[in-house]
Design a protein around this ligand. Structure first.
Ligand SMILES: [Zn+2]
Length: 280
């Protein structure tokens, strides 16, 4: 099991090196490296990552937001492909084998427009992953939070079915937001996860999760909520994290869960981790 945070938590003020003992004290063992502005990690931080990985910490890596393999602009796709290749080389160098990326957008938001964009993304991924040695690196297209962005549950499944190296990154908050509040019960989660399991039987055990609560509107995601924060109408934050952890248990999923709770990633991650251990 892996429970961790995305990027350096806002509540942490020390050095990058001391972050890992701080996370360990909270009982956490996962860290998603946020390459928001490019696949670049200083030599010094690479050493720190390697050291902690050898000591049993689990690292995943989030691709820059400007990567857009689903774009209709061929130059953007070309650049995104070479960026992804750089990211894979960097991941191999530091022993990270999960790279999370957003499928992107910019297509016409119609059934046909989306189909074309997904087909193009699949072709692009299959091209660059076969041009290099992937070793054990897996790529994780993530569920998109906005209704217009690529990355519905069906689209993620479609990509993973057609790309040897792609595995599902299920951001349960994004899923809930883009479907206008669809995750209201344990059964809602079980239905989604069972579908992924049925459609991607070989890949399911490598599933990657982002979990936190979220506010949404007509166009999907508006804002990640703080851990424990209520919805604007006073209701408890959704998706319900207790339900989520119980479903992980009931479905025998070995979890790799990253919290992206607003300014409180470590609290969200610790909450889910403690609960998971409690049910053990
Ligand atoms: Zn993301």
């Amino acid at each position: 099991m892996v429970f961790g945070v995305a990027g350096v938590p806002t509540n942490y003020k020390g050095s990058f090196k001391n972050l890992f003992p701080w996370l360990k004290d909270l009982g956490l063992n996962g860290y998603e490296i946020q390459c928001t502005y490019g696949f670049k990690i200083s030599e010094e931080n690479q050493k720190i990552i390697n050291q902690n990985r050898e000591d049993g910490f689990f690292f995943s890596m989030h691709a820059p937001y400007y990567i857009n393999l689903g774009s209709l602009n061929s130059q953007v796709v070309g650049r995104s492909k070479s960026n992804m290749k750089e990211g894979i080389e960097l991941a191999k160098k530091i022993g990270v084998n999960r790279i999370i990326f957003h499928p992107g957008g910019g297509h016409e938001n119609t059934v046909d427009g989306r189909k074309i964009a997904i087909k193009q993304l699949i072709d692009a991924v299959n091209e660059f992953t076969h041009e290099i040695d992937m070793e054990d690196v897996r790529l994780y297209p993530e569920i998109g939070g906005k209704t217009a962005s690529l990355g519905s549950l069906d689209e993620i499944i479609e990509i993973c079915k057609n790309c040897e190296y792609c595995y599902p990154c299920i951001d349960i908050a994004h899923l809930h937001a883009r479907e206008h509040g669809s995750i209201q019960s344990k059964q809602d989660l079980i239905d989604r996860l069972q579908k992924i399991k049925d459609e991607l039987p070989e890949k399911f055990k490598y599933i990657h999760f982002h979990a936190y609560t979220i506010n949404y509107g007509d166009k999907g995601e508006i804002k990640h909520l703080k851990h424990g924060e209520t919805m604007p109408n006073g209701d408890a934050g959704r998706p319900n994290l207790d339900d989520f952890v119980e479903v992980l248990k009931e479905m025998n999923i070995d979890p790799w869960v990253i919290s992206e709770a607003l300014d409180s990633q470590e609290s969200g991650a610790k909450y889910m981790c403690d609960l998971y251990k409690e049910i053990l």
